[in-house]
Design a protein around this ligand. Structure first.
Ligand SMILES: Cc1cc2nc3c(=O)[nH]c(=O)nc-3n(C[C@H](O)[C@H](O)[C@H](O)COP(=O)(O)OP(=O)(O)OC[C@H]3O[C@@H](n4cnc5c(N)ncnc54)[C@H](O)[C@@H]3O)c2cc1C
Length: 340
């Protein structure tokens, strides 16, 4: 089935809780329905499109003057299983954390570190979500979807997806052309855990035995202690990406700021902590109108209530400018700004 609405309010469809309207809002509950809608209605190729999951990585700064497409494609299916690997397909509309819970309950590993990340399965390969030393690409085998320019169903294997840090083929080259309808994951049935990140191992050990369920519980408890719950305080998680710089730049900065955290990021590259840079630029906990930098995690911008998208964007501009002036590092937004 598909359902088309007009002048649709998006306030409860984005975790910042920003008031903005979509000119058209389409929900579909199967890939065939999406194709049927496009064949029957032929929305012009020039109509702007936005694929929308749970809206947990977006900032609307204006109304959206085009068609928002929201897949409600459900279902988690075990395709095959052997003693080492479980192959599972999940629909784009499945809530990501419900998928993680489903896997952990069955002893399928690889996604437990990504527990409690908001959003739906459809956005997972687009964003290549990551947390606690794990990135989604490590378990994504295939991404299936529809190219809306040709109305063809197409599948991309792992190496074709061009995964990078919070990015992929679908976020860049195929942006707003290819809608993900399902994702095939290869999950491990071996006891291979990734516990080296931050305080994760200590928290798991505090909970007891090292197993998938305790890792999931530990990740949830750490996340809940640090990050604001979007159901209570509007936010979109990390607003900025952690900057990746060349080794000489990181070494120079480290001379001036010996306590600055630096992580290896591939040959000749280092990753800096955007939250640390923002905090040192004096922004942690500071407000600008109805927007503010979270007082526990400087990487997160919050809507204190009634903030407009423009207000949040302006705050992010001030942060970018101050970090640039102080450290000569240009922060890049992780959140997708819509309507500029
Ligand atoms: C409190 C909080 C904590 C967070 N923590 C993390 C974290 O630890 N790690 C992390 O990586 N992210 C994190 N995020 C960001 C966010 O949860 C992820 O980016 C998530 O994958 C977004 O999913 P979504 O369904 O909300 O996507 P949306 O915000 O709706 O969309 C995000 C992007 O994906 C595209 N998209 C969505 N669905 C589809 C589809 N079916 N086909 C094609 N394109 C599509 C959109 O067009 C857009 O470009 C956090 C967010 C919040 C609010």
């Amino acid at each position: 089935m598909y359902h088309l609405q007009h002048d649709f309010p998006l306030k409860s469809n984005n975790t910042f809780g920003i008031s903005a309207n979509a000119k058209h809002y389409l929900t579909v509950d199967s890939p065939d329905d999406l194709i049927r809608f496009f064949k029957e209605n032929n929305p012009g190729k020039n109509e702007k499109r936005l694929f929308l999951g749970a809206g947990s990585n977006l900032l609307f700064i204006n109304n959206f003057d085009g068609i928002v497409i929201h897949p409600e494609i459900d279902g988690i299916h075990l395709i095959s299983e052997n003693p080492d690997v479980a192959v599972v397909e999940a629909g784009a509309g499945v809530v990501w954390d419900q998928f993680v819970e489903w896997c952990v309950e069955r002893g399928f590993g690889g996604v437990e570190n990504l527990s409690l990340i908001p959003g739906n399965v459809g956005a997972v390969p687009v964003q290549n979500i990551g947390a606690y030393g794990t990135e989604a690409e490590s378990v994504i085998a295939e991404v299936i979807g529809i190219n809306l320019d040709t109305l063809e169903i197409k599948s991309f294997n792992h190496s074709e997806c061009q995964f990078g840090y919070r990015t992929s083929l679908f976020k860049v080259e195929l942006k707003e052309r290819f809608m993900v309808t399902s994702v095939i994951f290869h999950l491990t049935k071996q006891t291979e855990f990734q516990l080296e990140y931050g305080a994760l191992k200590a928290e798991v050990c505090r909970l007891g035995e090292i197993n998938l369920q305790n890792i999931r519980n530990a990740v949830i408890s750490i996340r809940e202690s640090k990050l604001p719950d979007p159901a209570k305080v509007g936010n979109a998680g990390s607003f900025f990406k952690n900057p990746i710089v060349s080794e000489p730049i990181a070494t120079d900065l480290k001379k001036s700021y010996p306590d600055m955290p630096v992580y290896p990021a591939g040959e000749g590259l280092e990753k800096l902590a955007a939250g640390w840079l923002i905090e040192k630029a004096g922004w942690k906990g500071r407000s600008f109108g109805n927007a503010a930098v979270h007082d526990k995690q400087a990487l997160v911008i919050i809507n204190k209530g009634g903030a407009s998208g423009k207000e949040i964007f302006e705050l992010s501009e001030k942060i970018v400018n101050d970090v640039l002036q102080k450290f000569n590092i240009e922060l890049e937004r992780e959140v997708l700004v819509i309507g500029n």
